[in-house]
Write a protein that binds this ligand. Structure first.
Ligand code: URA
Length: 435
């Protein structure tokens, strides 16, 4: 078999068979197929597409390019979630303890972030003492004992995806549905959960700009998950502003605590209730979304959801008291308000730009080796549709040095747009995809 022939076949609109796809992924992972041939193939796939069988074969080949976790030593139904990315996205910190408090097992591997703010692992590591690197035995044991553990993704999980994603990033081939689906699902399937829910972001700053494309991606993700024998659901959410209020690692942990203790409502809680309902119904723990929602709200109101987060933190070496007394989390030395220059209604908050401000404060990485400052970031004081008077604070900046703080204040002014009249928001949750 020759890679040149496979590239030409896909270029001319052909359908690759199972053996051809296996050959391609095996060869690319072991280095016998070079980057230039694989980039040509990625572009051919982006332009010509793939049918479901091809996407499933590609996903399975990438999944089997490295370690495949067998979660069978963990009793019960194991659930996982994935988000296609978003600024201020601390969903896992809220959702995982909520569903675990309802009896689902959460054995989750998460990544670090590159750009914007950190990933779930960086956020959790802002809790003093918290360890995200457990042995497999400790990981399974913690989930069996406490119902939940979140650790860093091992280097050997879907290595074909690691290589391919880096290649796609620099060859204009990221926004291809077959390539996104195989990338996401190879990792999720290798992580071993029975139930997988996916949060597909739509809009400016998301991979999928239009609702139609987001729906096509969501349907393809769930179809491939089901064909691979897992229970799967996806929801499509708008990314027209940061999720919740906080953007920055320890600040996002504080926000997660507020939501889990019932002190904050809004888009973040709503997202977790909808994703959590999908998880509980797919797992057969609830007969309807309404029943699942009540179970989740009860976990929050009773304090069980926050207790579950504290239990996980303690089991992974962290200080559970930091959740009851957030002053124990890393604190920034300087705080600045961003006073509005106008009176009106907030009509837009550029999510990506807010993420970049947090990154410049030190809350995210520009390169893989950068270290993160867990204390810094931005907390929005106004969200889309909120009225504002000139002089009101739009956001608070948390900085570790005054120069970066002043720069962040100046940049944040440009992240907001205003209108004179009321602002209608499209529904935040656009669609739930279950078939
Ligand atoms: N997230 C992934 O893991 N892979 C993609 O291709 C896109 C988003």
């Amino acid at each position: 078999m020759r890679m040149t022939d496979l590239i030409a076949k896909k270029r001319d609109g052909g359908v690759l068979d199972t053996e051809e796809i296996r050959f391609m992924i095996r060869g690319y992972t072991d280095g016998s197929i070079p980057d230039y041939q694989m980039s040509a193939m990625c572009m051919a796939i982006l332009l010509r597409g793939m049918d479901d069988r091809e996407v499933l074969d590609l996903t399975m080949s990438m999944m089997h390019s490295g370690e495949v976790l067998d979660l069978s030593p963990i009793e019960g139904v194991k659930a996982d979630k994935h988000s296609t990315g978003g600024v201020g996205d601390k969903t896992s910190l809220v959702l995982c303890p909520m569903v675990s408090a309802c009896g689902l097992k959460v054995a989750k591997m998460s990544g670090r972030g590159l750009g914007h703010t950190g990933g779930t692992i960086d956020k959790l590591e802002s809790i003093p003492g918290f360890s995200t690197s457990l042995t497999e035995e400790q990981f399974f044991d913690n989930v069996n004992r406490h119902g939940i553990a979140i650790i860093g993704q091992t280097a050997d999980l879907a290595p074909a995806d690691k290589k391919l994603y880096a290649l796609r990033d620099v060859t204009g081939t990221v926004p291809s549905i077959p390539l996104i689906v195989s990338s996401v699902m190879s990792k999720k399937l290798a992580s071993g959960a029975d139930v997988i829910v996916l949060d597909v972001k739509c809009g400016d700053g998301a991979f999928m700009k239009s609702p139609e494309d987001a729906e096509e991606l969501a349907r393809s993700l769930t179809r491939i998950g089901r064909l691979a024998g897992r229970k799967c659901a996806a929801i499509i959410t708008d990314m027209d502003q940061p999720l919740g209020f906080a953007v920055g690692n320890a600040l996002e942990v504080e926000e997660a605590i507020r939501v889990l203790s019932g002190q904050e409502e809004g888009d973040l809680l709503e997202l977790c209730l909808v994703l959590g309902s999908c998880m509980l119904t797919e797992a057969g723990f609830a007969a309807s979304d309404g029943e699942a929602r009540e179970m989740l709200l009860d976990a929050v109101r009773s304090g069980r959801a926050l207790d579950k987060l504290a239990e996980m933190v303690e089991a992974q070496g962290g200080d559970p008291e930091a959740l009851r007394h957030p002053g124990r989390l890393p604190q920034a030395a300087y705080r600045y308000e961003v006073p509005s220059r106008v009176t009106g209604t907030v009509s837009r908050i550029h999510a990506e730009a807010v993420g970049l401000v947090s990154m410049k404060l030190g809350g995210g990485r520009a390169t893989k080796t950068d270290t993160i400052d867990p204390a810094v970031g931005v907390v929005l004081q106004r969200k889309l549709g909120d009225p504002v008077q000139a002089g009101d604070s739009l956001a608070t900046v948390y900085a570790s040095d005054p120069d970066r703080g002043a720069e962040a204040v100046a940049l944040l002014h440009d992240c907001f747009e205003f209108s004179d009249g009321p602002v209608a928001r499209p529904p935040f949750i656009r669609k739930i995809v279950r078939d």
